[in-house]
Design a protein around this ligand. Structure first.
Ligand SMILES: Cc1ncc(COP(=O)(O)O)c(C=O)c1O
Length: 305
């Protein structure tokens, strides 16, 4: 990790090394926190954050879903997120706000336990590697099922739920794949270990509904809008394992991942075994938008200063 200088912790910026917590923090023991993943990029008008308000809204929604009462207004955290990029002199950055219970009473009920907030920003390149944009990624269907809406709140970015994602990711990499696709309840396709998934068959685009356990991704939302603008037919629809393996194209979406073609599943090539033409057109449009080069960019970008 390319450390930066400062981390915002509970209302003030401190040196990265000084942003520490007690080992008795509730979230360390029970996974009871929530977080966001946001990107800022070096846009023509200056460094800008993509869909900042949507990310802040989701952070508060996740916190409320998992009973964390964030002790700051949205405006305060929004400004702190912008400052975390600006004060660290980053021209592009990955930003990680985290809301977590600190030290108080031990036990599952977080009584008399303070809610802490940290915001770190650092320089982080392509999540799935520099070649993934051109070559796509190879995935397996994970033996691990995605957290169920009957046990967790998969639409919230809850810290504990990511034990499930790390099981899938580690298992995929140990078996020589770049990442994993996870099935949800009823064995329908849910999403990747840290990405949403889209499928293309006969020029029609589908993506699993969030009822499968998929996160309501902000990139997913953007891609649905892009597909509509480019006049592709697109629908939220259940996808079976068989439909997955017989797709013409597949692609992952996520803030860290961006838009990346999935070129094989369990060793079987998807389409030609390279990112397909619809994937590429959506990826290119997405990159234009997030980098400030599309007429709709201004709807979504917030300058850090
Ligand atoms: C499990 C999971 N699914 C999907 C996504 C994609 O969401 P977004 O596009 O909001 O980054 C992420 C990334 O945050 C994720 O962790």
């Amino acid at each position: 990790m390319e450390k930066s200088k400062l981390i915002w912790l509970n209302g003030e910026f401190v040196n990265w090394e000084d942003a520490t917590v007690s080992v008795m923090s509730h979230t360390l023991h029970y996974g009871t926190g929530v977080f966001e993943g946001i990107r800022a990029r070096d846009c023509v008008g200056g460094t800008s954050i993509f869909r900042l308000n949507d990310h802040v809204d989701r952070l508060y929604d996740s916190a409320s879903a998992y009973n964390l009462d964030i002790p700051y207004d949205k405006e305060v955290l929004t400004q702190a997120i912008k400052d975390s990029v600006y004060l660290n002199e980053l021209t592009s950055a990955y930003i990680r706000p985290l809301v977590f219970f600190g030290e108080g009473e031990m036990g599952l009920l977080p009584n008399n336990v303070p809610v802490n907030v940290s915001i770190a920003a650092w320089s982080w390149g392509a999540y799935l590697g520099d070649d993934a944009g051109n070559n796509g990624v190879k995935v397996c269907i994970s033996k691990w099922k995605r957290i169920s809406p009957e046990s967790f709140i998969p639409t919230a970015k809850g810290v504990g739920g990511y034990m499930n994602s790390t099981l899938a990711k580690i298992d995929a990499v140990n078996n020589g794949y770049d990442d994993a696709i996870m099935l949800g309840d009823g064995n329908v396709v849910a999403e990747g270990s840290g990405q949403n998934l889209f499928l293309i068959k006969d020029n029609k685009i589908t993506t699993p509904p969030i009822e499968t356990g998929a996160l309501g991704g902000i990139t997913r939302r953007t891609v649905i809008e892009i597909a509509n603008n480019l006049n592709y037919e697109i629908a939220e629809q259940n996808i079976t394992k068989e439909e997955l393996l017989n797709a013409d194209e597949l692609f992952f979406t996520g803030t860290a991942t961006e838009v990346i073609g999935v070129v094989s599943v369990d060793g079987k090539d998807i389409g030609t075994g390279s990112p397909g033409s619809i994937t590429n057109s959506i990826r290119n449009n997405y990159l234009e938008i997030v980098n400030g080069n599309d007429p709709i960019s201004e709807n979504y970008l917030t300058l850090v200063k």
